[in-house]
Design a protein around this ligand. Structure first.
Ligand code: FE2
Length: 376
């Protein structure tokens, strides 16, 4: 039987060396703009560059303190402040946390209430204020997705907001903004993007549109991640990685992800393991688990990347890539204890990402995957 599917995307993408001067023309409907960013981005001097294009009457403020793992209290506080300032347009300059925070702030600013009111599908029922996303890492792909994940400060669980209305109106991909990213972050965010692309490609919800984007993202990461880790100033490698990350973002926005993300979400929520790092360690083990169910597609990837002839060769390449870019290859190396894994497995099988994994997964099976990743 032929598969029915829907493919949707809405964000306009501008790619270029220096697009800052184009920013004012993107906000013709907005009177009061506000910029969200984080300390690291400000210290790298990237904020000034963006500000140079805006005059004071248009920009009413900047928050440069978005936390690495943004939470409900932060979002609700910023949204209340911005309502008083009558903000009607947002710029998110940063990595996934900054962009997700901007999506969530935009939601509360426009529609009011608390983040808990908006969990799940179909609960956001109208457009938000214009949002421009300028990623400074090549990883989360959040600039292209309808998702925002925010931690609930009380329960420590992640709140997932899902709606096409959350998607940024415009994503500006400026490779020069990513050249100051240190090798370790380049490596882990790059592995997050690779995980999006591979999990989207083998997902039960994949379709020919998402496949095309995922394959190109994987190829670009294969060709460029090691180069960018070795030499952060390699602008060509940075360019390709930023494009790959956005392509992977559109792919998984439509096809969703799988068991690797389910486990990474649990490790992030319970043990604060950085998302890209968790994905990097877990990806070869998740693929091994999916080997039979996704064999044809994994083999296709091995052949098209020229890394081998079998699905197993893809698993070996992913493992070797993580190792060659200097990331830990086992959960043990992160200081995690074996006794913590059952609770992680329990949370992972309840995570939404598990539903589109090509092989069904229960508690015991996921625990076995986690144990394999523990030993590396
Ligand atoms: Fe991810």
């Amino acid at each position: 039987m032929l598969n029915s599917f829907i493919f949707q995307t809405r964000t306009r993408v501008l790619v270029g060396d220096d697009l800052a001067s184009d920013i004012p023309s993107l906000f013709t409907e907005s009177k009061n703009l506000y910029l969200l960013t984080d300390e690291g981005v400000r210290e790298a001097g990237l904020v000034d560059h963006i500000l140079s294009s805006l005059d004071d009457s248009q920009l009413v403020g900047i928050a440069a303190d978005v936390p690495v793992d943004s939470d409900t209290v932060y979002v609700e506080t910023v949204a209340a402040k911005l309502r008083n300032l009558e903000v009607d347009g947002l710029i998110a300059l940063g990595g996934g946390s900054v962009i997700d925070t901007a999506k969530a702030v935009n939601l509360l600013l426009k529609h009011g209430g608390q983040l808990n009111d908006y969990q799940g599908y179909g609960v956001i029922n109208g457009p938000l204020y214009p949002l421009l996303a300028i990623p400074t890492t090549a990883g989360t792909g959040s600039e292209m997705t309808r998702y925002a994940v925010i931690k609930d400060r009380e329960s420590r669980l992640k709140i997932s907001l899902i709606s096409p209305f959350l998607m940024p109106d415009v994503a500006m991909l400026m490779p020069s903004l990513t050249t100051s990213l240190p090798p370790s972050l380049t490596a882990s965010t790059g592995m997050d993007a690779l995980t999006h692309a591979i999990e989207a490609y083998v997902s039960l919800d994949s379709n020919p549109f998402s496949d095309a984007l995922a394959i190109e993202a994987i190829r670009l990461i294969h060709d460029n991640l090691l180069l960018a880790v070795k030499d952060g100033r390699n602008l060509e490698a940075r360019y390709h990685l930023l494009v790959a990350s956005s392509l992977a973002g559109i792919a998984f926005d439509n096809a969703l992800v799988g068991c690797v993300h389910a486990m990474a979400h649990a490790l992030g929520g319970q043990l604060d393991v950085p998302h890209g790092l968790a994905n990097s360690i877990l990806l070869p083990h998740g693929l091994e688990y999916n080997l039979r169910e996704a064999e044809e597609k994994m083999q296709k990837l091995s052949l098209s990347l020229g890394i081998g002839k079998t699905a197993e060769d893809l698993v070996a390449w992913v493992k070797e890539l993580g190792n060659s870019i200097g990331l830990p290859v086992s959960l043990k190396e992160l200081g995690i204890k074996e006794t913590q894994l059952p609770a992680i497995a329990e949370a992972a099988v309840l995570d939404g990402a598990i539903h589109t994994n090509p092989r069904e997964a229960n508690n015991e099976e996921i625990l076995r995957v986690l144990l394999a990743a523990f030993h590396g």
